[in-house]
Design a protein around this ligand. Structure first.
Ligand code: GLC
Length: 421
């Protein structure tokens, strides 16, 4: 990795403070918010997992903003612990300028936030920011919000004894238009922007008619997926909570979280791991059918510290290092290059082939956690080159590194955290 590239990525990260920063006083929630939006043109609001990644980036260039980002995120939390996938700070005119948000928020909430979730990476962000800042006092003020958040997930979205979370919309996966969700959405044959968009909106309507109530949505099961990526991050989140509580001398809470992490990990291995193929596949519907195709989500359990060594080894040796699947010139594509649905550009439908920096960052951490330090360093070096050359774009072509999608896209600056190690 060259110093010039690291300097470029650092200056992109600093540039976000000029281009993506949103500050103001929200009257409906009554809070002075301060966050980085994912992209000034396409994504003006506060997105849940983007914000977690932004905090990690900011820890390297503006620690105060890192704290403000996470404080703003939890300021939008409901009393019952729920945090929406988008918080509409500074929304005016009851969101009349933001019609799309209506279908994904509960009637009566006036668009304060969406009624959907996103992959659970808040605890990981709190832990990583504290580590980068070297500040043991950083995490404790977030513990109450984090505990309530995890309670909400367990009570509302883990309906069975297996402890796995169920998502009720592709948007909850963070990998919105991944081909994983074609079948559960009822798409047969080649997915198109219009067809997929209409099915997404139809699903929004059906969830809306169920008032986005967890019990009703899970019973109706219009979309019911035990997602590999979401549950991998859930297990990692529970492990993180156990570590945070242990460090803060709360052994009883630490033990409870550790046990939950073990249950979720065991269920992932038992139910989502296809032993003959050596990778994870999301389960769709109450029948829990394994979804196709092989995607980056199928490798994501690598982030779990408690994943059995042999399983981690197979994910890495059979799939991640495989040049025909995931080890392209600019790894890691969102869909394995060997899949018929792999589309390296796919600008009109996202998550169907291009490389995303957030999933690279997550896998990079997983590789290091399981002792694959050399491969982790290679992944970091290629990601940094890709971002330094292409700028902060939403996603990149895994074959030639070309940037695509939204510009000035926040989480792509996670390459800086990979550079700093
Ligand atoms: C897209 C991505 C989602 C992200 C959002 C804002 O919808 O699929 O993961 O949070 O954009 O960047």
């Amino acid at each position: 990795m060259r110093q010039g590239e690291i300097d470029a990525v650092r200056s992109y990260a600093q540039g976000l403070l000029r281009t993506n920063l949103k500050r103001g006083h929200d009257l409906s929630i009554g809070y002075r918010y301060s966050y980085l939006c994912p992209s000034p043109n396409e994504y003006p609001w506060q997105w849940f997992w983007d914000s977690c990644f932004h905090a990690v980036i900011m820890a390297h260039v503006d620690p105060e903003q890192a704290a403000a980002e996470l404080k703003t995120l939890v300021a939008g939390q409901d009393a019952n612990g729920f945090i929406g996938h988008i918080t509409f700070w500074g929304n005016r005119l009851w969101g009349l300028t933001n019609l799309a948000g209506y279908a994904q928020s509960r009637p009566g909430e006036r668009l304060r936030h969406s009624a959907l979730i996103q992959p659970p990476v808040l605890a990981q962000a709190v832990e990583r920011v504290a580590e980068v800042l070297g500040d043991p006092a950083f995490a404790p003020p977030f513990m109450d919000a984090l505990d309530r958040y995890h309670e909400w997930l367990a009570e509302n979205r883990a309906p069975d004894g297996d402890g796995l979370l169920v998502i009720v919309s592709p948007y909850e996966s963070g990998t919105d238009q991944s081909p994983t969700y074609d079948a559960p959405l009822g798409v047969t044959g080649k997915a198109g922007r219009l067809g997929l968009g209409l099915r997404d909106r139809w699903l929004d309507m059906r969830n809306w008619l169920n008032s986005y109530g967890s019990t009703r949505m899970l019973r109706a099961a219009h979309f019911y997926v035990k997602d590999a990526l979401v549950n991998a991050l859930y297990a990692e989140s529970l492990e993180t909570m156990a570590r945070l509580h242990r460090a803060q001398m709360n052994p009883a809470s630490a033990k409870t979280y550790a046990q939950r992490a073990e249950l979720v990990t065991a269920s992932l291995v038992e139910k989502l791991l296809d032993r003959t193929r050596g990778a994870f596949y999301s389960l769709t519907g109450k029948e829990e059918l394994r979804s196709e195709p092989l995607t980056v989500g199928g490798l994501m359990p690598l982030v779990i510290g408690g994943l059995p060594r042999d399983v981690a080894g197979e994910l890495v040796d059979r799939h991640l290092r495989n040049r025909n699947q995931f080890w392209t010139r600019y790894p890691v594509p969102s869909v394995a290059a060997s899949e018929p649905s792999f589309d390296p550009r796919s600008a009109s439908l996202i998550w169907r082939g291009p490389t995303w920096v957030n999933t690279n960052w997550l896998l990079w951490r997983g590789l290091r956690r399981h002792g694959f330090d050399e491969l982790a360093a290679q992944l970091a070096a290629r990601t940094i080159t890709m971002v330094a050359e292409g700028g902060l774009r939403e996603f990149y072509n895994p074959l030639n590194g070309e940037g695509n999608g939204a510009r000035s896209f926040g989480w792509s600056a996670l390459a800086l955290d990979m550079a700093e190690g």
